[in-house]
Design a binder for this molecule. Sequence first.
Ligand SMILES: [Zn+2]
Length: 90
Amino acid sequence: MKKRKIPMRKCVACQENKPKKELIRIVRTPDGEISIDHSGKKSGRGAYICNSQTCFELAHRKKSLQNQLSTQIDDSIYEELKKQVSETRE
Ligand SMILES: [Zn+2]
């Protein structure tokens, strides 16, 4: 069996490199909408973040997501994302 290299991505909040599938992809779609990309296949500019409230709060405070996605992100969007994170958590 061929050994596969695990794709790693860096979390925008804590700056840690983690396997891509352990991270959440936030995407800015071409029409400027911010959403969680569960499939990992949405087009648009993406940012990766850990599946944790801590990292979302950190990203919120440091404005990491808007820097990465070069767009304004409203507090309400952060709240929405945080809510979705807690819901998707196993
Ligand atoms: Zn993180």
